[in-house]
Design a protein around this ligand. Structure first.
Ligand SMILES: C[S@@+](CC[C@H](N)C(=O)[O-])C[C@H]1O[C@@H](n2cnc3c(N)ncnc32)[C@H](O)[C@@H]1O
Length: 207
């Protein structure tokens, strides 16, 4: 699992490595552009302009929304990623925080129309993911949505098949989303397979 320092070192090359993997249609980033595009279109089609991005990285997704006039709040633990993102989004609220400890206290009582997390939640165990997503759901405004884009599969069998295909490239430190397992905790969850390894998950606010 990469530390905040590991992400600092990756930050300058991040967009390039992601682009190459996406272009080659290879694990882990095959479908990256499409999955971020799917999230972008979902937010654009919805109501409300308050977006929180968990693990925003170089802000590939949120910088587009920022340019469209959305209000952006973000959490990331990498100083270097924050520096890159804040150049693109000078008025965004970017908080340096490790989300494996939950959300920062400064967000208590705040609500968002969309909460996005792309290629970052796989750093949490499956139990921690459920706790964290439950907490995120409490920060959704009525009608709001949690939108996840990551290496993700409908079933564990599909994950195992991708792991077998990826051979030595598979990263055993990352804990990917399996939609039918997560739906036990979030029955309203909607899943779409975007590429052979990327998936999109939408979890709506509780009614
Ligand atoms: C693979 S990058 C994804 C960046 C961006 N969301 C994207 O889709 O391109 C993962 C990001 O999550 C951040 N991150 C990973 N684990 C984290 C943690 N425990 N707390 C806060 N940020 C974390 C990293 O610093 C990095 O910016």
């Amino acid at each position: 699992m990469l530390s905040s320092k590991g992400f600092d070192l990756w930050a300058d090359n991040y967009d390039r490595t992601v682009h190459l993997s996406d272009q080659d249609d290879s694990y882990p980033f095959a479908g990256y552009k499409q999955v971020l595009g799917r999230i972008y279109e979902t937010i654009r089609a919805g109501e409300g302009r308050r977006v929180m991005d968990i693990g925003f990285g170089t802000a590939v997704l949120t910088a587009r929304l920022y340019a469209d006039g959305y209000t952006i709040t973000g959490i990331d633990f990498s100083e270097k990623m924050i520096a890159i993102a804040s150049e693109k989004m000078p008025a965004a609220v970017l908080i340096r925080h490790d989300f494996s400890n939950g959300l920062p206290a400064s967000l208590d009582g705040q609500q968002f129309d969309s909460i996005v997390c792309t290629y970052a939640i796989h750093h949490l165990t499956d139990e921690a993911k459920i706790r964290f997503l439950t907490d995120l759901q409490r920060h959704l405004a009525p009608g709001g949505k949690i939108l996840l884009g990551d290496v993700a599969f409908s079933t564990r069998q599909a994950l195992e098949a991708c792991k077998a295909r990826s051979g030595p490239n598979w990263d055993d430190d990352e804990i990917y989303l399996v939609a039918d397992e997560l739906s036990a905790a979030f029955p309203e969850l909607v899943f779409e397979q975007i590429s052979h390894c990327a998936g999109f998950i939408c979890i709506p606010a509780k009614k």
